[in-house]
Design a protein around this ligand. Sequence first.
Ligand SMILES: Cc1cc2nc3c(=O)[nH]c(=O)nc-3n(C[C@H](O)[C@H](O)[C@H](O)COP(=O)(O)O)c2cc1C
Length: 167
Amino acid sequence: MRILAICGSLQKSSGNRALLDEAARRVPGGVTVERYEGLAELPHFDPDLEANGTPPTVAGLRRALAASDAVLIACPEYGHSLPGALKNAIDWVIGSGELERKLVAITASVPHSERGRRGLGALRQALAAVSAQVAFDEPIVRGEGQASDLDRVFAALVAAASAAQSE
Ligand SMILES: Cc1cc2nc3c(=O)[nH]c(=O)nc-3n(C[C@H](O)[C@H](O)[C@H](O)COP(=O)(O)O)c2cc1C
């Protein structure tokens, strides 16, 4: 199972990036995790930009999504919503279909469990536009319990993938 990991934060000292780093160290057998690092290079979504061909950065995003079996997104909440850069990336693939019915896990690295939930709710809404199958959608509190929470993320993705296979 190939998982594409996307950090919704662009800042270097990102808690969500650190969470995905730890996820990469806890990957179970039979699973690979690849990082998508192109969020900051995507142009603002504008269908007119495709008139003379797909921008290379957008094509890269679409290729990375198409090559994955599932997506793991860790993102902060900004202004009670999801980060604009992440929404922009999703907008670029709504028409092209690479996220359509995709298996997805979403989380937010947070200092305590009530933080980040509105951001995840907004992300869930955006993903509903492409009928993504959301297998995990909880914030993960930084600290000791984070490792076992990441194990739950992988378990949820693997279980959902095998359930889909046996359908
Ligand atoms: C401009 C700005 C707006 C924010 N808005 C919210 C918010 O609405 N709700 C919230 O819980 N946290 C909010 N935060 C806190 C961020 O979600 C938090 O700092 C997060 O850890 C940043 O993610 P990162 O460490 O991965 O970069 C905001 C932070 C900034 C800088």
